[in-house]
Design a protein around this ligand. Sequence first.
Ligand SMILES: O=C(O)CCC(=O)C(=O)O
Ligand SMILES: [Fe+2]
Length: 669
Amino acid sequence: MEKVSPTFETILGENPSATILIHLEDIKQEGNIVFPYAKVASQPVSGSALFWFNQFSDGGVDDVTKHGICPLSFGEKWVAKKLILPKDSFLGRHCTLRKNERHQFPVNGKYFQKRPEDAHKSVRKSREGPTFPKGKKYHKYSVISLNGMTDLVQLEWRLYPRLKEIYHTNLDATRGTFRDELETKNRDVLMYFQNFEESTKKLVEKLEDLPHNDVKAAKKVSLNPVAVYKLLSRFHLYYFPWILDSPHVGNNIKLQIVSLVNRFYSITDGPSEVDYEDAMFIILKIQFVYDLDVKDVAAGLIDGVDSRISLNALDCFLIGKLGTSKKFFTSGIEWLEHSLYLTENTSDNSVRIEEVYDELANAEMLHDKELPQEKFPKYHFFHNPLSEIRNRDQRITGKSMMYQELEANITESKNYDNMLWGVCRGKIQQTNEQKSKLFCWYEKEIHSSYKIGPIKAEFLSIRPYPDIVQFYDVLSDRAMEDLRNYGQENSFRIVMSNGEFDPLKSAIIGSEDKKLAYLESARTVGSMNRLSKLKALKPSSRLPFYYYAYPPGTARGRHYDGEIPNVDKYVASFIFYISDVEKGGETVFHRIGLKVTPRKGSGIYFYNFHSSGKINPRMEHASCPIVFGEKWIVARDFFESEQHHLQCHLKPEGIYEIIVNGQSRSRYQ
Ligand SMILES: O=C(O)CCC(=O)C(=O)O
Ligand SMILES: [Fe+2]
């Protein structure tokens, strides 16, 4: 008999609802029927039968039913098979099933309860519901929408006390074994309460009196990446299964919960599966980029700031599993190991130990299989196959390697991502000598519409000529509020991703200012022009004015503002910070070791090119991930082709220099 690779059951091109297979022969060792996705095999025992459903309740094919037969070295194997087609409609329970639900087997007439701790597995990837929106729209409760998480926090604050009331009222009205049964059926509701309370008690004053009408309080929670992850995980682990598994016949608590939730919330508003993954990846990304100990992050300490929420073994397990599934082995395995640590050494039993062991073993195997042959594989990988080194201390992650390599020769290093993270982490800085040359002054020749009088300016880098300046307090609070409101009303999602899971090349959101726009911008641009002391630097009418809002965990990868292929060049850039950031989110010019703290009301200005048209490599920049809080910027670039007047003052290889009160500083130094 030929070896058969696993396939789905089909008959005349149709996919049967269920299969009954009877073994007509005893065969030892060989000829097993194997379901590799379900990880089960059945040995042919004469007279025994197998029964399985091939489809979900909505007719979709269940991947887990792919199967095949192991080859026989000699002899024959006989089976009898009955395929049940959808038209046979033998499924009496059909009317009680929701879309995409897996059929269950009754045992002696009873259906098994799902283990609450397995709830994380019950929401399938292809479940009905929102898919991750691409392009210009995002759904209401997207993890990187501007207000989505704040709204979701408020929604949960409204739901929680009502859910508690439903639970206790129903339980108090029930007696004896009925009460026990009700309690057992709703263990997950109790776990939900515990999860919510644990992750909320330190964020609000009183759990009994949640400030659900206080947008500011909810916003604060939504700017905490751990709170956001926990919030999304509760929707994923509890609310979604409750809604999708409905109706809960005979279970008054769930019936009332689902009816209440459906009144306030529609599952199509998100958060989607991708949002949930984003929320996990955000934590992993912050931990990786800032080189934090998983143990600290899980205990609620993020780069010296208290997140006020701890992560349990299941959280660490899921974050680690996501990381390794995206081939981010170094951090992923760290998270899995911490999950194992919690499971083994504490009373935390939120995930089963065998499951963690399995996942770790899988991840290590996959790592070794995928490990590139290069001498210094990228930061996703350890340097050596893990099967060779069991001792964690000897694994040497990309992180530790990076400092060895960079310390060897910072200026010559071509590993710019490493350099960038080194600057975000504060491990790489300008030298003391470079810093000692920096200075600040008051720009006097300014007649900005926003501010009259001298403006404080500071060079952030002088090497050998001044190339980045920060102007302080150039926008009034009122102007910034208007800009933020405008950005907010007109925002859409921009995903800046190259499809890889590079931690610094992923999403931010933003908006493009088109019209109003220009009025607001014109004044700001006017102020930029004066500030740059090139009074005639012309803002382009062809270019929009960009707003970017970065929620926690988002970042911007390395780039030059410079070129739009075949069109033009942005000779200079102005970035205004229109919010402070609680933690993280600095603008980094990694090649010169510079990290700029976003200060509300200030702006930075720099030229991207030399006058010869060559890009100035020192001006490559990025944004570190936001850790806590939110970062808002308004950016504006200037087209080179519209600045003819500049050309005649410059030699072909000249530099565009930022001058101080009308005078060149490099000439006088
Ligand atoms: O957000 C930042 O700090 C940098 C933004 C930036 O580089 C840009 O808008 O081009
Ligand atoms: Fe930029």
